[in-house]
Design a protein around this ligand. Structure first.
Ligand SMILES: [Cu+2]
Length: 209
């Protein structure tokens, strides 16, 4: 084979590989696009206590993340304070502190557990296999508090300090959008998610728990 022919062949192979990659990237982009649900939860409590805004039920089964999520204990504080997870998610509870802790959840939680007293540098895990609210407690330090919120699907968002939220890539459809907040009663309203047409939602007059 002469040199020019070799170069032409190499060029053709490169062009074909590039075309395949480009097609793949385009397909992945198309799969990810969906509706955007955004808006505000209006309550003075939101400046201090984040809310979780979530789509209550979406058709289909949603896998939990392959990697465990993380709840740290450091300086006698759980971090993050609120951890929304998809059903089936496993969470690592690490003791990154200078003292021992005993993480548990009370009776009536969506997941009742007690990890026992454990020391610095130790990690224990919990799999959240039922939908709902799981308050976290430490029997050594009554001031320690956090929440795991177990959800059916990954279409949720935490609010910022102004109460704003944005949920992306929601499959088109009509849903119940719900608000969870530790100080407020649950609120709910119907929303329609459409591709390429963001929907704006406002929650107000939420009642104290
Ligand atoms: Cu503790």
């Amino acid at each position: 084979m002469n040199n020019i022919l070799k170069k032409l062949l190499l060029f053709a192979v490169c062009a074909a590989v590039f075309a395949l990659f480009a097609a793949d990237a385009q397909e992945a982009g198309a799969q990810q696009s969906g509706g955007v649900i955004k808006g505000t939860v209006k309550s003075p409590w939101l400046a201090r206590y984040q809310a979780v805004v979530y789509v209550d039920r979406v058709e289909g089964q949603f896998s939990p993340p392959k990697e465990n999520l993380h709840m740290s204990q450091k300086g006698l504080v759980f971090d993050p304070h609120i951890l929304p997870v998809v059903l089936g998610t496993t969470v690592d509870f690490t003791n990154d502190d200078t003292v021992a802790h005993n993480v548990s959840s009370p009776q009536g939680s969506a997941k009742v557990f007690n990890l026992g007293l454990y020391g610095v540098g130790v990690t224990k895990t919990v799999t959240f296999d039922k939908l709902g609210e799981v308050p976290l407690l430490c029997s050594v330090h009554p001031e320690m508090s956090a929440f795991v919120i177990v959800l059916q699907n990954p279409y949720f968002a935490l609010t910022d300090k102004a109460g704003n939220f944005e949920i992306k890539d929601v499959p088109p459809g009509t849903y119940q959008l719900k608000v969870w907040n530790e100080k407020l009663q649950e609120a709910s309203q119907s929303v329609v998610a459409e591709q390429g047409k963001p929907v704006n939602v406002e929650f107000k007059d939420l009642k104290k728990r």
